[in-house]
Design a binder for this molecule. Structure first.
Ligand SMILES: [Zn+2]
Length: 643
């Protein structure tokens, strides 16, 4: 109230001349006129309304025009700083095309093509896992049709990090066509292992290891920088991909971990550098776009593991994703703290720890490790087993232990099983099944929430990424449709206009120039089915047949027909699987015989000399009949011998 200046009609707005006059305005009178309305009138209705209104019709506080001009300057500054539009070369006609061939509308199988007029690069070449109805299929590899089509344009494969959903399809691509590979050392070491396993060791000659914070000229059109990123695997990167059209930032998979286990925080400075310079487009990880709480640091898992380990009375068996080197590192650290020797079991776990140690990402004294066959000679309290199987995979070490089929490790009632992981959607059933086995064997299972943290950014970290890079266009990636949709909302909240955000699906080609972004076409995408036993492809029609067999069964009909009379020479032989019960076989066979007889009776005459057409027609008739009666579409295999 002291600032009130009611009734002071002499105070004029300040002019330019007295701009620098910081002295108190002599015309200002201190307010001594406390009106009745102020004295504790509270919320009571004021009987003296008109007088009160008068009180507010006062002279405004004088405005310092100089201060005001600085407000304007700062507002202009904000506009320049925050509106990426002004940082791009709007006269440029250059364009870049971006085509996801996997990783959108699905979890996994990440592969994205970046294309200029003359050249192209692939970013990541990942695999994914099949649905339960893809019988006998172990992994899925993206359809390479579009890559074949533009093969001549491709100057390099660029890798962000070493997760299977980003490198798992590399050997399948490289068996067919090979390009230079640019990546940091860990992804290359892991890809190298895959090449060896697939007997294409010589493909290692395409390796080009990169240093972070350096800009690599790749082909003639691309300049690429790898920026260090935190994620659930070490040595991850975001990419700054610069072409004549501008810079595209591809986050890769990320979370913003301010206290990573190795102390190597995300390179926010480089992201900010590009954001300040001007970013044409951001492609950002949408996996956790529903999560409002910040993703905890990997370091948070340590104390939780400590707490769980402290209570263990017998052996500890810890299972996690074998690629999460820092998790494994922390687990081993706490194992050592409690005087335990470490036994690593499971092929991928052994291999990943070996690589991480070979390349000095982690260090342990050699004498802490023991072999699986030494475990039985040790005191239970002195053993930590680190193993695979956190997803309940039937071939994993932990699963085999749970059903008593592991050669060296039998589960005991004093064992503590620590599952330091979450269920990947779709794996809940197999994990639950494994837990049942483990608990039946008497083991205790710890799966406290805080013994696992996610490797992906939550909403707040997604906001930070959007603000740091400050893109003109935004393509939320890495997730199913509902994830990218939610990420779009976050993008809008962070100042990207809705019209500058596109939700892509696999195969959609987006063209981006400093002035516009649009969908241009759709290219062929899909999945190739792989049988892991022999690393060979399974053709689509085989999988379709298996699905049909599994859901609807099969009917086989063998008949002999007289070419003269068009009549059956003997009763047809009918065999079925998965369609009628054994005890109804005879009845069903009779039914088929009637159908066949009726068919032959009414059959067009020329068919008798064309067995193939005859069988086709018969198949249609049988299909209709079975569908009418059973509402099923079994595989129908007619064999008609005309004699
Ligand atoms: Zn990842």
């Amino acid at each position: 109230m002291a600032e009130e200046n009611q009734g002071n009609t002499e105070s004029k707005p300040q002019t330019k001349q007295n701009n620098n006059n910081r002295k108190p305005n002599p015309n200002r009178k201190p307010n001594t006129n406390k009106s009745a309305g102020e004295k504790g009138s509270g919320n009571k209705p004021n009987p003296n309304k008109s007088k009160n209104r008068n009180r507010y019709r006062r002279q405004p506080t004088p405005v310092d025009e100089n201060l005001k001009s600085f407000v304007q300057k700062n507002q202009d500054g904000h506009k320049k700083r925050l509106n990426p539009h002004y940082k791009l070369d709007l006269n440029s006609n250059a364009k870049i095309r971006i085509t996801p061939l996997g990783g959108l509308g699905e979890i996994g199988g990440n592969i994205t093509v970046f294309e200029t007029e003359k050249e192209a690069i692939l970013v990541d070449v990942g695999m994914s896992f099949p649905d339960e109805d893809m019988h006998g299929v172990d992994i899925l590899v993206p359809d390479f049709s579009y890559i074949r089509e533009i093969r001549k344009k491709i100057v390099a494969v660029i890798i962000t990090h070493a997760h299977e959903d980003h490198i798992g399809a590399m050997p399948y691509l490289y068996k067919e066509m090979q390009f230079p590979i640019y990546a940091t050392p860990l992804p290359l070491a892991m890809i190298g292992n895959k090449f060896d396993e697939h007997h294409i060791k010589e493909a290692r000659r395409h390796f080009n290891p990169v240093e972070k914070r350096k800009i690599y000229q790749i082909g003639e059109d691309f300049e690429i920088e790898w920026m260090h990123m935190t994620h659930s695997i070490i040595d991850s990167s975001s990419l700054a991909i610069t072409t004549k059209a501008g810079t595209v930032i591809h986050t890769g998979d990320f979370k913003i971990d301010h206290t990573p286990v190795d102390g190597y925080t995300a390179d926010l400075h480089r992201l900010a550098y590009y954001g300040d310079k001007g970013v044409l487009c951001l492609l950002s990880d949408s996996t956790n776009s529903y999560n409002p709480l910040p993703t905890p640091s990997e370091l948070n898992v340590g104390p939780a593991l400590d707490r769980v380990f402290a209570k263990a009375e017998g052996r500890i068996l810890l299972s996690t994703f074998s690629s999460n080197i820092h998790r494994v590192y922390q687990a081993i650290q706490y194992g050592i703290k409690y005087g335990r020797k470490i036994c690593v079991i499971g092929r991928s776990m052994e291999r990943n720890i070996e690589i991480a140690m070979q390349y000095d990402y982690i260090k342990f004294p050699k004498n802490i490790f023991i072999e699986a066959d030494e475990v039985s000679q040790m005191n239970d309290k002195d053993v930590l087993i680190v193993t695979t199987g956190s997803q309940g995979e039937p071939s994993s070490a932990l699963f085999r232990m749970s059903i008593g089929e592991h050669r060296h490790i039998k589960i005991k009632p004093t064992d503590l099983i620590v599952l330091s992981s979450r269920a990947i959607p779709g794996n809940e059933g197999s994990i639950s099944g494994m837990l049942n086995h483990l608990q039946k064997a008497g083991a205790k299972v710890a799966s406290d929430k805080d013994i696992h943290v996610s490797g992906h950014a939550s909403i707040e970290e997604q906001k930070l990424m959007l603000r740091l890079t400050n893109p003109k266009f935004f393509l939320p990636v890495h997730g199913e449709y509902n994830h990218v949709m939610r990420h779009k909302d976050t993008g809008i909240m962070c100042g990207v206009p809705e019209r500058n955000i596109l939700l892509m699906t696999d195969g959609e080609q987006i063209e981006i120039a400093p002035k516009f972004m649009r969908k241009v076409k759709t290219v062929k995408t899909g999945k190739t089915y792989i049988d892991n036993q022999n690393n060979h492809q399974i053709e689509d029609d085989i999988v379709l047949d298996r699905q049909k067999l599994a859901s609807d069964g099969i009917v086989m009909i063998v008949a002999q027909v007289d070419s003269q009379t068009s009549k059956m020479l003997a009763k047809p032989r009918v065999t079925t699987f998965g369609i009628v019960a054994d005890k109804q076989d005879k009845y069903f066979a009779k039914e088929m015989e009637d159908v066949l007889e009726h068919f032959l009776l009414h059959m067009k005459e020329h068919l008798i000399s064309n067995t193939r057409a005859l069988e086709n027609d018969l198949r249609q008739i049988v299909r209709k009949h079975i569908y009418r009666k059973m509402k099923k579409y079994p595989l129908i295999v007619p064999n008609v011998f005309v004699q």
